[in-house]
Ligand binder design. Structure first.
Ligand code: ATP
Length: 362
């Protein structure tokens, strides 16, 4: 268990910055996830930590130790990848012993540790089987046992669940989370699946085009996205354009206009011009068919029943369409397409960005 420090790390491929100035610390025992769309640089950053790549700029520390020039096999890392990377001709037990053999661990201790690791991933009953006739989930458990049996200071996982079906993914992710907490191993987990990241992580780093956009807990990433990219990538967001004028220095607020409503709003810095509101579908409220203070008028374009939730596409007076979600407790009370509705946008629960979407104004 150790902390990992990235001190202005940049990794180039030719002139392309695959990782651009990564500067952050992962805490001891933390489950830390690198999340972002394909090609954003997550795997490159992970491979740099593993020592498969050498960064061109910056330093990486494990604890207080600078590891820039330490080869992979001396970094004390356990790794689990998407494609299992286990030996098909060896038994489950032999697979798990492999790393211990390479480290010349005495036979008795090796057997004991391998059995412990197999117990943790609930595979002791399959110890003498070969992996080739086992399921994807079981094979990934072998890979996990093999990674933890060496008692690594750091566990790296790159999309470990993406070859598994949806149900098994959910089961495996909670098993991984439980195991990681039990063993208290600092873990870096790569995924492009936001739901997976929200479910397992202590903290998440959201990446785009090589740049870390935000690092925060799952709850904060969801509720307080740092910019439009994060707001759009995590969960569903409705973006509505408003206008802000007459910034008042003393009160630190400005006049805000959005659709047919107008009000004064505090801002984190002086600003006038176009603004962008980001609203989560479940934080918007559909009211009745009567107008009211701060309500905006809309028409239901379509209704999608999602089981426990119902999703409405609502067209507002400026012709933009927003998604609103409600619990479908009483399906007979669901609203119907073409119905006129009044909507409480609950703007105090929205995130307010500047026109470019790069900066939070409130
Ligand atoms: P994915 O989820 O698809 O694996 P990723 O976020 O892990 O994507 P990386 O594989 O780290 O992204 O790639 C980041 C960028 O660096 C991409 O533009 C990719 O094309 C480029 N890249 C990655 N590996 C190499 C390489 N060996 N040589 C040249 N360019 C590379």
């Amino acid at each position: 268990m150790q902390k990992i420090v990235f001190d202005h790390v940049t990794k180039y491929f030719g002139t392309h910055k695959a990782v651009n100035d990564a500067h952050f610390t992962i805490n001891e025992g933390e489950f830390f996830t690198l999340l972002g769309p394909s090609g954003c640089g997550k795997t490159t950053l992970l491979r740099t930590i593993a020592g498969f790549y050498r960064q061109e700029e910056g330093d990486i520390y494990f604890g207080d130790k600078l590891i820039n020039d330490v080869p992979t096999h001396q970094r004390n890392i356990g790794m689990v990848f998407q494609n299992y990377a286990i030996f098909p001709h060896m038994t489950v037990f032999e697979n798990v012993c492999y790393g211990l053999k390479a480290r010349s661990v005495p036979k008795k201790e090796m057997e004991q540790r391998a059995m412990e690791a197999l117990e943790m991933v609930q595979l002791t009953h399959l110890r003498d089987r070969v992996p080739s006739d086992m399921s994807g989930g079981q094979q990934q458990r072998i890979a996990l046992a093999r990674a933890i049996v060496i008692r690594p200071g750091l566990l790296l996982m790159d999309e470990p669940l993406s070859n598994l079906d949806a149900k098994l993914r959910v089961k495996m992710r909670s098993d991984i989370r439980r195991l990681q907490k039990e063993l208290n191993i600092t873990t870096i987990y790569v995924t492009h699946d936001q739901e997976e990241a929200l479910a397992v992580s202590d903290r998440i780093a959201v990446m785009s085009e090589g740049v870390i956009q935000q690092i925060a807990s799952p709850e904060d990433i969801y509720s307080y996205p740092a910019n439009k990219f994060v707001s759009n990538f995590i969960g569903t967001s409705n973006f509505l354009e408003g206008h802000c004028t007459g910034y008042n220095e003393a009160a630190q607020e400005a006049s805000m206009r959005l659709l047919e409503t107008q009000w004064s709003q505090k801002l984190s810095r002086p600003y006038e011009g176009k603004v962008l509101f980001s609203l989560r579908p479940e934080r918007i409220r559909l009211r009745g068919d009567e107008p009211g203070e701060r309500l905006v008028r809309g028409t239901i374009d379509s209704v999608t029943f999602l089981g426990e939730k119902v999703s409405y596409a609502v067209r507002l007076s400026n012709d933009s369409v927003i998604e609103i979600q409600e619990h479908a407790i009483e399906p007979h009370r669901m609203r119907k397409a073409h119905q006129t509705v009044y909507v409480d946008l609950q703007l105090d629960k929205a995130t307010l960005f500047d026109e470019s979407g790069k900066e939070v104004l409130y």
